[in-house]
Design a protein around this ligand. Structure first.
Ligand SMILES: Cc1cc2nc3c(=O)[nH]c(=O)nc-3n(C[C@H](O)[C@H](O)[C@H](O)COP(=O)(O)OP(=O)(O)OC[C@H]3O[C@@H](n4cnc5c(N)ncnc54)[C@H](O)[C@@H]3O)c2cc1C
Ligand SMILES: C[S@@+](CC[C@H](N)C(=O)[O-])C[C@H]1O[C@@H](n2cnc3c(N)ncnc32)[C@H](O)[C@@H]1O
Length: 610
């Protein structure tokens, strides 16, 4: 996870890039657009297949310049019905530098606005899955960075069509072999198609051995032959429809999940007796901050994916400093406590690429290390949630029971009556458990304090160390936060304000005289947190009948999913976890690789106490 990748050396022949290490070109010199159109897009019959889809997924070997992707996006725009969702997954071992991508794509007449969307979210060159969003088109591009075979082995979900691209098989054997094709087979369903420019004998034989029925057809523009193919397997028994989905809870977890489900075409109903963001997600001053460590590459990978997902969601909502959502740009982390100083000092001694370049070292001194998180932000989480809720169907009802049966999941309401849905997502924060086997998080209360005293030492960035402080907004600062393990759900009380002011005196000496500081408000919330500080996201009570061992057929459809236990990191995890659940529910390629989604799985509590 997060291993730095090796770039290739490019040679430019005019605007045509060539990889020196592979002695090969990225696309045909004569008619690149025509070749992509014929060999990948038409070979998979995409213009026709796009016409009637609600969701479609494409896999590619070798993202390269992104030309295949952008021409597919163009085809999608022309043919797919409005509201349809496309997931495009592409492996790449040697990502090109942004300037090279820009040069190659501009020369092929890819619109500047599209290139800009890609480059604004272009991932750091480290292995793993990195998702890029084209929200206006309902398209997500997931770059699978690293060597295709082992990286695809960590991807979960299915694709409908493959673009088998790469340098010439003789020069690029790592991409054209049975190990890659077996992963493609694992990610295919009955009838998944493929197109490729080559008809090399070994490729043909290995594809056949992996389960693809391949056919030779005339090559593009005078080339002799190429292949098209179809994955051969008995179709799965019809899976239950997943159209009407209920989300219980209108905090950040429920809303982010609902938005991801709606993007994928579901009809979503949100249920919450109090409406949007009235419990912990009413938090007026929350940080989007990565939790990094020098030694835990899995958690760093999760932090990178979380930062990217939340920023993409904010970007799609088009929020900025003017609508009250964004309250800080950038976060400075000071090693104030001994524990944090040790952690930051270790991070400042290693290569920041191992944490996806999420931090910059400001001060290396191990006694007072300082890191900066340029992607970090401060938000009014309540305002963020209200933006998310726009256009969603939120009903003021309390759910009392959740039951599953053959036909779906039924909800019983506290005020009587019930409703049947195809699936249900429980996102109830610190609310009582609703489903057997639902893991129970601990409840930890906490308070934020607002002051009218100007803190001259605080600029546009949020400061964190022991507690945290947001920049001035309308003449005031928010400071946080306390932890009340023994007194959860007890509401605002004055001693917590004093504690917040005292713990933050490192920010500004003005806070030392806590009694003289003008407190202008406070906010209290209850964190729902598991001991490992990770949320529980996935099927509520994994059922062996539903989750057959690898290779065996699943025999049932999971109906109940959970998204709880966000602890102090709801802003970091909720948008990512929402996408993970929505991908899972529809069998689409997932936003997280398997080792990371397993870290979050509720199944981790099955044999031990939360
Ligand atoms: C003091 C403090 C500081 C924090 N600082 C940060 C920070 O800096 N960064 C960060 O990322 N996070 C921070 N957090 C955590 C963050 O606020 C939470 O992780 C997040 O709000 C949790 O969202 P949620 O949707 O899981 O829960 P909630 O927002 O509590 O939403 C759950 C919803 O479910 C509803 N519900 C419950 N039971 C039922 C039912 N039976 N039927 C229908 N609806 C039901 C509730 O009414 C509620 O609206 C902080 C929390 C606190 C308390
Ligand atoms: C011919 S180019 C692909 C062109 C691309 N589809 C486009 O639209 O520009 C082949 C790509 O495969 C990548 N590649 C080569 N070996 C790989 C491997 N083992 N795993 C993943 N990607 C690999 C190369 O870095 C290169 O970007």
């Amino acid at each position: 996870m997060l291993n730095p990748l090796t770039p290739v050396h490019l040679h430019w022949d005019g605007d045509l890039p060539k990889a020196l290490e592979y002695e090969d070109i990225y696309f045909s010199a004569a008619d690149p657009r025509g070749e992509v159109q014929t060999v990948f897009i038409e070979a998979n019959e995409l213009p026709f297949r796009f016409r009637n889809v609600r969701r479609f997924a494409i896999g590619e070997t070798g993202f390269g310049t992104g030309l295949n992707f952008f021409l597919t996006l163009d085809t999608w725009r022309q043919h797919a019905p409005s509201g349809a969702f496309l997931s495009y997954v592409s492996a790449e071992a040697h990502p090109l530098a942004p300037a090279d991508i820009h040069r190659a794509l501009r020369a092929q007449d890819i619109p500047e606005t599209d290139i800009a969307v890609l480059l604004a979210q272009y991932p750091p060159p480290v292995s793993g899955l990195h998702r890029i969003h084209f929200p206006e088109d309902r398209v997500v591009l997931t770059l699978v960075y690293g060597d295709a075979a082992p990286e695809f082995a960590r991807v979960r979900g299915k694709v409908d069509a493959w673009f088998l691209d790469g340098f010439a098989p003789s020069r690029n054997p790592a991409l054209w072999n049975i190990a890659v094709f077996r992963q493609m087979a694992r990610l295919s369903r009955a009838g998944t198609t493929l197109g490729t420019f080559t008809a090399a004998g070994q490729v043909r034989r290995d594809l056949a051995e992996a389960g693809f029925a391949v056919k030779r057809i005339p090559g593009f523009r005078g080339k002799r032959e190429r292949l098209v193919g179809r994955f051969q397997t008995a179709p799965y028994p019809d899976t239950a429809p997943m159209d009407r989905i209920a989300v219980i809870g209108a905090g950040i977890a429920g809303l982010a999940t609902a938005v991801a489900l709606r993007e994928r075409g579901a009809t979503v109903t949100i249920l919450d007796p109090r409406g949007v963001a009235t419990r912990t997600s009413g938090n007026p001053a929350a940080l989007l901050s990565p939790h990094l460590s020098a030694g835990d590459s899995l958690r760093n990978a999760l932090a990178l994916a979380g930062m990217r997902a939340t920023r993409a969601l904010l970007n799609a909502l088009q929020v900025d400093g003017n609508d009250g959502v964004l309250r800080a740009e950038g976060i400075e982390h000071r090693g104030i406590t001994r524990h944090a100083a040790r952690r930051l000092a270790r991070l400042s001694a290693v290569d920041p690429r191992l944490a996806g370049n999420l931090y910059q070292v400001v001060n290396k001194d191990p006694r007072k290390p300082i890191l900066r998180y340029p992607q970090g932000i401060g938000v009014d989480l309540g305002a963020f949630c209200r933006h998310l809720a726009h256009g969603l169907d939120v009903r003021h009802r309390q759910v009392f029971t959740v039951d599953t049966g053959e036909r779906g999941a039924s909800l019983g309401y506290a005020d009587g009556g019930q409703d049947l849905f195809d699936a249900v997502v429980i996102a109830t924060g610190a609310g009582p458990a609703l489903y057997p086997g639902q893991p129970r998080p601990l409840h930890v209360g906490g308070q934020l304090t607002r002051i009218r005293t100007p803190l001259r030492s605080v600029g546009r960035m949020a400061l964190t160390g022991r507690g945290y402080c947001l920049p001035e907004y309308e003449g005031q600062h928010w400071l946080g936060a306390t932890y009340r393990h023994d007194n959860a759900d007890s509401g605002v009380h004055d001693p917590d304000n004093v504690e917040n002011l005292r713990q933050l005196h490192w920010v500004d000496p003005a806070l030392e005289a806590a009694e003289e500081v003008a407190v202008s408000g406070a906010w209290y919330g209850t964190r729902a947190v598991f001991r490992d500080r990770l949320p529980a996201v996935g099927e509520a009570a994994p059922d062996p009948a539903v989750h057959a061992p690898d290779g065996a057929r699943p025999t049932g459809t999971p109906r109940v999913f959970i998204h709880i236990g966000l602890g102090s990191r709801g802003v970091l995890y909720a948008p990512l976890a929402g996408q993970l659940l929505a991908d899972r529910i529809f069998g689409l390629p997932e936003v997280l690789p398997e080792p990371l989604s397993e870290l979050l799985s509720p199944a981790r509590f099955r044999h031990k106490e939360a």
